[in-house]
Design a protein around this ligand. Structure first.
Ligand SMILES: [Zn+2]
Length: 303
């Protein structure tokens, strides 16, 4: 359990309930041994999650909308956020300033269009609210339209492994097996667990990303080294079984999503789709939606 101020009666209740139900991946489960982002996962984007998210949080209480021409302290963070997720077509090393530019306006319009918000081009309350939701670390807007298989041509069987130092419970292993089995059905690819993490085609790891909220996980593929990685933020309040409450994140739904990425799917803006980038509260997504199936079949054919 995470440390928090609790009254003695709630504390007793927590102890009692934990005796009977294994509902959440708690702090004691956390992979304390994997500090920071491992080298094989570290890139210019994943390294920025933490600083951007922590600076952005202070902006969410701001009520007034911002528009073209405004100068406001913190806008540079909004630009950085939009840049990380593909909305600003600039290099990741640019130094953003706090001026609401035309470029920012069109990035916000694109973001609002994607998330079915009113397209105002302003940083309004609805847009702030959407930005404040926990989400996937993979960009929404990417330059490539087609998927390049990162594994050797002709291979129909791939392996996956979870980082041994994460020391996950059986419950997590079962979820992972189910998730890979569902994607295997949809793609006709064999996806089997292997004991060797470094030798696995798909590496799954809980890592320290940006604290609670913000980026909950994501995926990367490495074409030259021919492996895919799936990462999950070890500091989220992960729920393994049952429904997630406010502030908690359903592990199975996120696993479904991130595994979809390594197999070739980008984000979908159909809210019901597993590949929708935002973690919606109270929405467990364990089965592929029609939209996910349509898109995965476009890559692998009907199964
Ligand atoms: Zn994603």
């Amino acid at each position: 359990m995470r440390l928090r101020a609790v009254t003695s009666s709630t504390f007793l209740l927590i102890i009692l309930s934990s005796l009977f139900v294994d509902v959440s991946v708690s702090a004691s489960f956390l992979p304390a041994l994997i500090k920071g982002i491992p080298l094989w996962l570290k890139n210019s984007r994943t390294s920025k999650f933490s600083s951007v998210w922590n600076k952005l949080k202070s902006l969410f209480t701001f009520k007034k909308g911002l528009k073209l021409g405004d100068v406001y302290k913190g806008l540079s963070e909004v630009k950085e956020y939009l840049d990380i997720f593909g909305y600003l077509n600039s290099t990741l090393n640019s130094n953003f300033n706090d001026t609401f530019t035309l470029e920012l306006q069109s990035a916000i319009k694109q973001y609002q269009k994607n998330f079915n918000l009113q397209v105002t081009g302003q940083l309004d309350q609805d847009t702030y609210s959407m930005i404040s939701q926990p989400r996937c670390g993979v960009p929404d807007v990417v330059n490539t339209t087609s998927f390049t298989r990162w594994w050797k041509p002709g291979r129909r069987e791939l392996t996956y492994a979870i980082h041994p130092r994460n020391n996950v419970s059986n419950g997590v292993k079962v979820l992972l097996r189910d998730v890979f089995a569902r994607w295997s059905n949809a793609t006709s690819l064999g996806l089997a667990e292997t004991a060797s993490f470094d030798g696995a085609d798909v590496r799954v790891a809980f890592v320290v990303l940006d604290g609670e909220g913000g980026t909950v996980g994501g995926a990367e593929t490495n074409y030259s080294a021919r492996f895919g990685s799936v990462y999950l933020d070890s500091e989220e309040k992960w729920v393994v079984k049952g429904e997630s409450d406010e502030g908690e994140v359903d592990l199975e739904s996120v696993l479904m999503h991130v595994v979809g990425h390594v197999l070739g799917l980008g984000h979908s803006f159909v809210e019901e789709a597993v590949m929708y980038p935002i973690v919606l509260p109270d929405k467990k997504k364990t089965k592929l939606a029609y939209d996910d199936l349509l898109r995965i079949h476009r890559i692998y054919g009907e199964t």
